[in-house]
Design a protein around this ligand. Structure first.
Ligand code: HEC
Length: 369
């Protein structure tokens, strides 16, 4: 069975997927094992992606459907520049040069990158990049979150990619890999389920289902690791439908305690940061975040999620889209499916650089109309 990560996955399917996979783990053969054995068609043609014929290889053929060409009418150059300025600089800046008579997507892309570079020269990272990083990590955008590392500057750096953010390694700490191992973030999201649901939200196009009611208090029984206690709590099928899908992200971070300190043991027992998860239809086992992060970085799933969230943040900041009633960032772009496909394509074709996202968001129809 294959799931198209681009379309909304109803909850019953989520539960089904996870029930199936749990069962499969027991027999040592994944539900996707058979599909995994088919030989790659080696086609790489955009048109063949998502037709069901491509083999489940992480990050293989992430091409999107071809969106229609963007054509005028567009808004005036003054209006488009103001939007781009608010998106890149989080402020209304003066246009860098004489504005053209007419807007074109090429011009919008160029002017956004030029504005990005000017901001970069003036400060460590454009304010728009700080705002995106905060939103992506589900942290408040004001005041600026005191992340341990300056991820916004790293993201704004020349050649920075999604991989840079997900796999950056701290010296001397083998498991402190990537932005989700930042101790500020780990302290904000201090335990498995909240870390897991927040990471799921950042790295999947479809947001995690919300808990049905007030979740059980996190009250670990002495002598157990937090993971042991928690896994037992969520073992009833009524809980597992959601939690088996979401939780592995949190397991991967188990080497970090509630204040983000590295640990080898929890409750006197060795930490278990291993797990398995389905990424791009492939079942992936991992030992910890160090092992999981590179595979997320190369996946279509995380690539799509990040470009979708980037576009959503850009549209909100530029004033072209309204904050969704749901508060869910992925809902912002629902009204702009062609823009979403366009930015995904630009991101994948551009080697998943952050600059490709900046250019892609500026060239969206929502920004230009
Ligand atoms: C519809 C999906 C869903 C179902 C069903 C579900 N949960 Fe959750 N649960 C979540 C999500 C999402 C979170 C994270 C909430 C957040 O990020 O604030 C969560 C959080 C939790 C937490 C953490 C609370 C904390 O303070 O950190 C516990 C414990 C928990 N769930 C237990 C359960 C148990 C026990 C059941 C079954 C009776 C269950 N859940 C059923 C989705 C679900």
């Amino acid at each position: 069975m294959r799931f198209d990560s681009k379309s909304p996955l109803p909850l019953f399917l989520l539960a089904l997927a996870c029930g199936e996979a749990t069962h499969a783990l027991g027999d040592g053969a994944g539900p996707l094992g058979a599909a995994g054995a088919t030989s790659p068609d080696g086609n790489g043609d955009a048109a063949s992606a998502g037709t069901g014929g491509n083999p489940p290889v992480i990050g293989d053929a992430c091409d999107e459907d071809s969106p229609p060409e963007l054509a005028p009418p567009f808004a005036s150059p003054e209006v488009v520049w103001q939007r781009i300025s608010r998106f890149v600089a989080d402020a209304e800046r003066e246009a860098p040069s004489a504005l053209p008579d007419e807007v074109s997507p090429e011009w919008a892309g160029e002017i956004a990158l030029a504005a990005f570079d000017r901001e970069l020269e003036a400060q460590t990272a454009p304010a728009g990049m700080r705002r995106f990083i905060a939103r992506w990590l589900s942290l408040p955008t004001e005041p600026e979150p005191a992340l341990d590392r300056d991820w916004a500057s790293m993201a704004a750096g020349d050649g920075a990619t999604l991989r840079t953010l997900l796999t950056f390694r701290e010296a001397g700490e083998p498991d402190r890999v990537g932005i989700f191992a930042d101790s500020f973030w780990l302290t904000e999201y201090e335990r498995i389920p909240r870390r897991a649901s927040t990471m799921h939200r950042a790295l999947n196009v479809n947001a995690a289902p919300l808990p049905p009611s007030e979740p059980t208090a996190f009250d670990v029984t002495p002598g157990m690791t937090a993971r042991e206690w928690y896994v037992n709590e969520v073992s009833p099928p009524v809980c597992a439908g959601c939690h088996t899908v979401i939780d592995p992200y949190g397991f991967a971070l188990e080497h970090f305690d509630e204040v983000g300190e590295y640990r080898e043991t929890d409750g006197g027992k060795p930490v278990d940061a291993s797990g398995w998860i389905v990424i791009d239809d492939v079942e992936v086992s991992f030992t910890s975040i160090a092992d999981l992060a590179p595979r997320l970085a190369e996946s279509c799933q995380a690539g799509r999620a990040v470009s979708q969230r980037f576009l959503a943040d850009a549209l909100l900041a530029s004033g072209t889209a309204a904050e969704p009633v749901s508060g869910n960032l992925s809902h912002v772009v629902l009204a702009y499916p062609a823009d979403e496909a366009r930015i995904n394509r630009a991101f994948f074709a551009g080697g998943r650089t952050i600059r490709a996202l900046v250019e892609g968001a500026a060239r969206s129809e929502a920004m230009l109309r």
